[in-house]
Design a protein. Structure first.
Length: 528
C-alpha cells in the first residue's frame, strides 16, 4: 500500500513538477510572446514610420526619377546631338581625308607631270646642246677652214709682195703686203711668221745702212737713253761717235789710228767715260770725246771688257785681269788653262768658254766654278734670260742650242757659219753669224724656225738694240753700220702711211681671187 502511495506521491510530484515546468514554460512562452508583441509593436511603429518615410522617399524618388528621366532625356538628346556632331565631324573628316587624298594624288600627278616635263625639258635641252655643239663645231670648223684659208692666202700675198717689190712694182707690193698683214691680223695669225715679216720689213723699208768704218765693226754702245747717240769701234783703230738724225747719221771721229785693233768698248754712265780695249794690249780712256789716257796693259791679245760687282774685268785669250778704274792699272792677273772662245754673262757674273769644251763661271776673281759645256763643239756666243729662265749656246759651226725653262734642249739650225752674238728679248732670240745674216727665233711657236731680219755679203761681227728695243744695229766686217726697225707697230704704221690707193677690182681678182670679197684696205687699222 505504501508502495502504491509512494508511487502516487511520486506521480503527484512528477505531475507537479510537470505542471510547474509547464507553468514555467507557459510563462516563458508568455514572456516571449509579450516580448515579441512589443517587438512587433515597435516593428510596426518602425514600419509605420518607415512607411511614412518610404512614402516620402517614394515621392522624392519619383521626383528624382522624373528629374533623372528628364536629365536622361536631355542627356539622350545631347548624346544624340553629340553623335550627330560626331557623325558630321567624321563626315567632314572623311571629306577632308578624301580631299587630302585627292590633293595628294593631284600633287603626285603634278610631280609626275613635272618630272616628265623636266625630263622632256632636259631631253630638249640636251638636244639643243647637241644642236648648239654641232652648230658651234660647224661654225668652228668653218672658221678654222676660213682662218687657214685666209692665213694661207696672206702668206701667198706676202710672197707675191716680195716678188713685186724685187721687180720694182713698189706700189703693188705695198698694197699686197698690207693686205697680207691685215688678213693675218684679222684671223689671228702670226705677223712674225717668216714670209709675212719679210714682206713687211721689205715694204716698210725698215733698214738703213751707213759705211762708217774702214775696219770690221767690233762693238756698238749707246750713250744715254734716247737711242740716237752711239759709239762704235773697229779693228782699224777707229772709235766713232754717231748722232742719229732721221735717215742721217752724223759721225764724229774720237780715235783713228791703225796701230790699234779695237775689239770691245764699255761705257761708264756714272762717270760719262768710254773704255776701249785694243788687241794690241792698250786700253783707251775717253771722256768728253777726248782720249784722256792710253794705258798699256801688258796682256797678251786682250779681247773683252766686263763690268761686274763694281769691278772692271779684262780678258785676253789666256788671261783674266782686274783693272782699277781709279788708279787706271791692273791690280790682279790670272792665267787661264785654255784659249777663250767666248766671254758672256750668266747670273750677273762673267761666264767664259774655252776651246776644250769647258766653261768657267766667275763668281769673283778668286771664286771660279768650272764645268763642262753640255753640248759638243766650241761655243762662240752665249746668252741667257733671267726672266724667261732660258739659255742659248751658239757654236762655231753655226748650230744653236736652245735650253728652255724646264731644262729641255733643242738644236736650232739656220746659220751656215760661226755664231758671233746672241741676244734674248722675252720669247725672241736674235742671233748673228759670219754667214752675214741676223736671224730672229720665236720660242713661243710650236716649231722654232729662223726668220732673217738682215742679210748681206759680209760677216756680222756684232749687234745690239737701241734703248727702246725698237731697232737693231749691226756692225759687219766691211765697216757698215746697219739699223733695222724691229718694232712691228712702227713698221706696220710706216707701211700704212706709204699706201696711196686701194687695189682695183681687177687687181684684187688677179692677185687675190674672186672667192674673197673685195674690200678697200686704205685706212684699215692693224693694232697689235
Amino acid at each position: 500500500m505504501t508502495k502504491i502511495k509512494d508511487k502516487k506521491a511520486i506521480a503527484t510530484l512528477a505531475a507537479g513538477i510537470a505542471l510547474a515546468a509547464a507553468s514555467l514554460g507557459c510563462y516563458a512562452l508568455y514572456q516571449n510572446e509579450a516580448q515579441e508583441n512589443d517587438e512587433l509593436k515597435q516593428q510596426l511603429e518602425r514600419l509605420a514610420k518607415n512607411e511614412k518615410q518610404s512614402v516620402v522617399m517614394q515621392r522624392v524618388n519619383a521626383q528624382m526619377e522624373e528629374i533623372a528621366n528628364a536629365e536622361r532625356r536631355i542627356s539622350d538628346e545631347q548624346r544624340e546631338a553629340a553623335l550627330e556632331q560626331s557623325r558630321l565631324a567624321e563626315q567632314e573628316r572623311q571629306n577632308a581625308e578624301d580631299q587630302r587624298r585627292q590633293a595628294e594624288q593631284e600633287r603626285q600627278n603634278a610631280l609626275v607631270a613635272e618630272k616628265k616635263a623636266v625630263e622632256a625639258s632636259q631631253v630638249a635641252q640636251h638636244q639643243r646642246q647637241i644642236a648648239e655643239q654641232q652648230r658651234t663645231e660647224a661654225e668652228y670648223s668653218k672658221r678654222r677652214t676660213d682662218t687657214l684659208s685666209y692665213l694661207t692666202m696672206a702668206r701667198s700675198l706676202s710672197n707675191t709682195a716680195i716678188t713685186q717689190y724685187m721687180a720694182g712694182n713698189r706700189d703693188i707690193a705695198d698694197m699686197l703686203a698690207y693686205t697680207a698683214i691685215l688678213y693675218t691680223y684679222r684671223y689671228h695669225g702670226d705677223i712674225n711668221s717668216d714670209m709675212t715679216y719679210q714682206a713687211l720689213a721689205m715694204t716698210s723699208q725698215n733698214k738703213n745702212v751707213w759705211n762708217k768704218h774702214k775696219g770690221s765693226v767690233t762693238d756698238i754702245e749707246f750713250i744715254g737713253n734716247k737711242g740716237n747717240d752711239l759709239v762704235t769701234c773697229s779693228t782699224y783703230g777707229e772709235v766713232l761717235r754717231h748722232q742719229r738724225d732721221g735717215s742721217n747719221l752724223r759721225t764724229e771721229t774720237l780715235v783713228r789710228n791703225a796701230k790699234y785693233d779695237f775689239r770691245d768698248l764699255y761705257y761708264d754712265k756714272s762717270h760719262n767715260t768710254i773704255y776701249v780695249l785694243s788687241r794690241t794690249s792698250h786700253l783707251l780712256v775717253i771722256r768728253n770725246n777726248t782720249v784722256e789716257k792710253d794705258i798699256e796693259l801688258n796682256l797678251h791679245k786682250p779681247i773683252k771688257i766686263e763690268y761686274t760687282g763694281g769691278q772692271l774685268y779684262l780678258f785676253s785669250d789666256h788671261t783674266m785681269a782686274l783693272f782699277d778704274m781709279n788708279s787706271n792699272q791692273i791690280t790682279h792677273q790670272k792665267a787661264l788653262p785654255n784659249k777663250l772662245t767666248c766671254i758672256s754673262r750668266l747670273n750677273n757674273a762673267p761666264i767664259l768658254f774655252d776651246n776644250k769644251g769647258n766653261q768657267y763661271l766667275v763668281r769673283s776673281f778668286d771664286n771660279i766654278e768650272t764645268s763642262r759645256v753640255p753640248f759638243n763643239g766650241i761655243v762662240t756666243a752665249f746668252a741667257e734670260s733671267k726672266h724667261e729662265r732660258i739659255k742659248v749656246y751658239g757654236m762655231s759651226d753655226g748650230t744653236l742650242y736652245y735650253v728652255n725653262a724646264k731644262g729641255k734642249a733643242t738644236q736650232l739650225t739656220g746659220h751656215r757659219s760661226q755664231i758671233s752674238k746672241i741676244k734674248i728679248n722675252g720669247y725672241r732670240i736674235y742671233t748673228s753669224s759670219y754667214d752675214g745674216t741676223l736671224n730672229l727665233w720665236l720660242t713661243n711657236m710650236s716649231k722654232i724656225e729662223p726668220m732673217t731680219l738682215c742679210s748681206g755679203n759680209s760677216w756680222i761681227m756684232t749687234f745690239t738694240y737701241d734703248p727702246q728695243k725698237a731697232n737693231i744695229w749691226t756692225g759687219d766686217q766691211r765697216g757698215n753700220l746697219t739699223e733695222a726697225l724691229i718694232n712691228l707697230s712702227t713698221m706696220i704704221n710706216r707701211l700704212k702711211n706709204r699706201l696711196k690707193r686701194n687695189l682695183t677690182r681687177d687687181e684684187w681678182k688677179y692677185f687675190i681671187g674672186s672667192n674673197v670679197p673685195y674690200e678697200e684696205i686704205l685706212g684699215k687699222e692693224v693694232r697689235l
